[in-house]
Design a protein around this ligand. Structure first.
Ligand SMILES: NC(=O)c1ccc[n+]([C@@H]2O[C@H](COP(=O)([O-])OP(=O)(O)OC[C@H]3O[C@@H](n4cnc5c(N)ncnc54)[C@H](O)[C@@H]3O)[C@@H](O)[C@H]2O)c1
Length: 236
């Protein structure tokens, strides 16, 4: 099992892609913290995983609210004492509108849900990952963030593009800090349109891209850009 004993925090884990990511990590031996604003959904997942003999923790939190995010991260640390992987999955949009019809406050809310949430969660886990000298942050963007798409909305496309920028910057920022101390590797994004998950490797395993239909870890995610990885090690 590739993630035996690792602690993985997945946001938006009660349904959809986040649910599949959480299950996939659990199948690979991870201890899974399932964070969602939908408490019954997160509880149901945690119960399912525990019934299968896994370790799981349900966390009710709103990823757009800093105090709730910090509380959730504290709960994970209280339970397991570390966080190896953060998957910033929660995000999306609800209604397709033409740009001129988007209310100003809805524009802000979509940015908060898709970008600020990733910032808040990363901010909450980074100090611990730095103490551990290992960790990975995975941000789920969208092909809409690269090229736009008529099936989504301009605020969603813009927010996912911003998330790509945040991800790339964060990878460089942390890699720079880590490079003097430890081996590090910046995660690769999958080819445009290819979908899939890359860089879920933790500690000493290689960073790879996996196609969407791969029967391997976390194959269901449609699109993502990977975050960062650094690990204590031999400097190889
Ligand atoms: N579904 C797609 O086709 C697709 C394509 C590209 C990218 N994505 C991205 O993948 C991610 C997951 O998409 P999905 O379709 O599985 O989403 P979904 O809508 O099916 O599930 C989202 C989950 O997030 C939870 N959630 C909503 N608001 C929250 C909040 N404020 N705090 C915490 N949790 C909250 C919901 O309760 C739900 O469990 C999103 O970031 C989305 O933008 C999805």
């Amino acid at each position: 099992m590739r993630f035996e004993g690792h602690v993985v925090l997945v946001t938006g884990a009660a349904k959809g892609i986040g649910l599949r990511i959480a299950r996939a990590f659990a199948r690979e031996g991870a201890r899974v913290a399932a964070l969602d604003i939908d408490a019954p959904g997160a509880d149901a997942l945690a119960r399912e995983l525990v019934a299968e003999g896994r370790e799981a923790l349900a966390l009710k939190a709103d990823v757009t609210a800093a105090p709730e995010v910090r509380q959730a991260v504290d709960a994970v640390l209280g339970r397991w004492g570390r966080i190896d992987v953060l998957v910033n999955n929660a995000g999306g949009f609800s209604v397709i509108r033409r740009t001129e019809d988007i209310p100003d406050d809805e524009w802000e809310a979509i940015f908060r849900f898709n970008v600020t949430s990733a910032f808040l969660c990363a901010k909450a886990v980074l100090p611990q990952m730095k103490r551990q000298r290992s960790g990975a942050i995975v941000n789920l963007s969208s092909v809409a963030g690269r090229a736009g798409a008529v099936t989504v909305t301009s605020h969603y496309a813009a927010a996912k593009a911003a998330l790509l920028g945040f991800t790339r910057h964060l990878a460089r920022e942390v890699a720079r800090e880590a490079s003097g101390l430890t081996r590090w590797r910046r995660a690769r994004s999958p080819p445009s349109g290819a979908g899939g998950i890359s860089s879920l490797a933790v500690k000493g395993t290689s960073t790879t891209s996996r196609p969407q239909n791969s029967p391997t870890l976390v194959a269901e995610a449609r699109s993502m850009t990977a975050g960062l990885k650094w690990s204590g090690g031999t400097g190889r």
